[in-house]
Design a binder for this molecule. Structure first.
Ligand code: NAD
Length: 375
């Protein structure tokens, strides 16, 4: 029997992305799946119902009751979980660390839940990597926000009124978001520097035409990620950075260490030493901020005139392309299991096994299990 794949309107405030786009709905149908959508599912991302040709439109409760697979951007609500049939599959950015009660509900309802952010970051997984695709949106948008807030031009301008020097932009953290931020700031004509604690980023930063800022600290960890710095390394990084920031116009911070609070990189004292009119956009705002003064969702101005912006859910601010990339990531993940319209999960495939948080009444992800057991 054909697998019924369902998508709903996202209900988390500010979320404008959608987990299923018309393009991906068509591809799934071509693989034998049946698509049922809540009315208005794609509206916030400018995909009207009519663009999902040959998909069925239904009320949310009707769609949920039929779902073999529910595709989500944000985690499902407890009501949505309760409306699913036992054994249904849920795929999304599930953030199990934020809500143990949701994991319990998924377990008790015998839902097979895949948290896409747990996907192993192997070469084969790249096309399914929602963290990467959405981080690229964040990096791009953060630079546009900075350019809008800055009291200066980004590019050098030669005008009849004289020459304007380009803004000096520093991107802190050169992962997926940081590299996209560097590329965007370069396109806007700024003088761009980037730094990261992973030494391999030097070449990546330079290949984008930016300068690698060497603060004398290297902290390559496992799996392509950074490890946490020691106190000594942190002090060294801080001192060198404090001096450097005095001459910077715009800082975009993107540093993260998986599973931990965002590393504190820019202290209040460093901000106090910055130029009036300088702007910091802190992409890590939602996980505690890379800057000590960041407040998630706010734009504050310090006594010395430095603007600090803590944007939340940046990918939702570019819902068309963010949804297109996200939905393609989910399609590539589903493709592992969808054969002639039927869903078969291969538990020997690490991409399936390691992304799963609940299955058949069990919690399969150890950190999530520990959290639920301790709650
Ligand atoms: P992330 O969001 O976890 O971190 C962002 C950046 O912050 C990283 O580059 C990290 O090194 C840096 N950082 C951490 N602590 C720092 C500090 N104290 N000071 C300065 N920088 C600090 O990372 P991400 O963007 O999701 O991915 C990082 C890397 O993982 C990628 O660049 C890539 O090499 C690898 N990756 C692999 C795949 C894959 O193969 N499927 C997919 C995505 C990423």
């Amino acid at each position: 029997m054909a697998t019924t794949i369902v998508a709903l309107r996202e209900t988390v405030p500010g979320e404008r992305r959608v987990a299923l786009t018309p393009e991906v709905a068509k591809k799934l149908r071509a693989r034998g799946a049946r698509i049922v959508l809540q009315d208005g599912t794609g509206a916030s991302a400018y995909f009207p119902d009519a663009t999902y040709a040959d998909s069925e439109i239904a009320a949310a409760s009707t769609a949920l009751a039929q779902a073999d697979v529910l595709l989500k951007v944000q985690p499902p609500s407890l009501e949505e979980i309760a409306a699913l049939k036992e054994g249904a599959v849920v795929i999304g950015h599930l953030q199990p660390h934020l809500a143990p009660e949701r994991t319990k509900a998924l377990r008790d309802r015998k839902i097979t839940a895949f948290a896409m952010e747990l996907l192993p970051r192997t070469t084969r997984a790249q096309a399914m990597d929602v963290l990467s695709s959405q981080a690229a949106v964040s990096g791009y948008k953060a630079v546009l926000i900075a350019a809008e807030a800055a009291p200066k031009f980004f590019p050098m301008l030669t005008t009849a009124a004289g020459t304007i020097r380009p803004s000096k932009v520093l991107i802190v953290g050169a992962g997926v978001a940081g590299l996209q931020a560097i590329a965007t700031a370069k396109r806007l004509g700024a003088q761009v520097e980037g730094f990261d604690v992973r030494p391999e980023t030097k070449e990546q930063i330079e290949s984008l035409g930016a300068k690698f800022l060497d603060l004398g600290v290297s902290a390559a960890g496992s799996g392509g990620y950074a490890r946490e710095l020691t106190q000594e390394e942190r002090d060294k990084q801080q001192q060198a950075l404090a001096d450097h920031l005095k001459n910077i116009d715009v800082v975009v911070t993107t540093a993260a260490v998986p599973g931990r609070k965002a590393p504190r990189i820019i202290s209040a004292a460093m901000v106090a030493g910055m130029r009036p009119g300088a702007v910091i956009v802190d992409i890590a705002a939602e996980t505690g901020g890379n800057c000590e003064l960041t407040r998630a969702g706010e734009f504050i101005t310090t006594d010395n005139g430095v603007g600090i912006i803590g944007p939340v859910n940046l990918p939702a601010s570019a819902p068309v392309h963010a949804s297109e990339m996200y939905a393609r990531n989910l399609y590539n993940f589903l493709e592992l299991s969808l054969k002639d319209g039927a869903l078969t999960l291969d538990w020997d495939d690490e991409l399936i096994a390691k992304t799963c948080i609940t299955h058949a009444g069990e919690i399969r992800h150890e950190p999530t299990k520990a959290l639920v057991d301790g709650s």
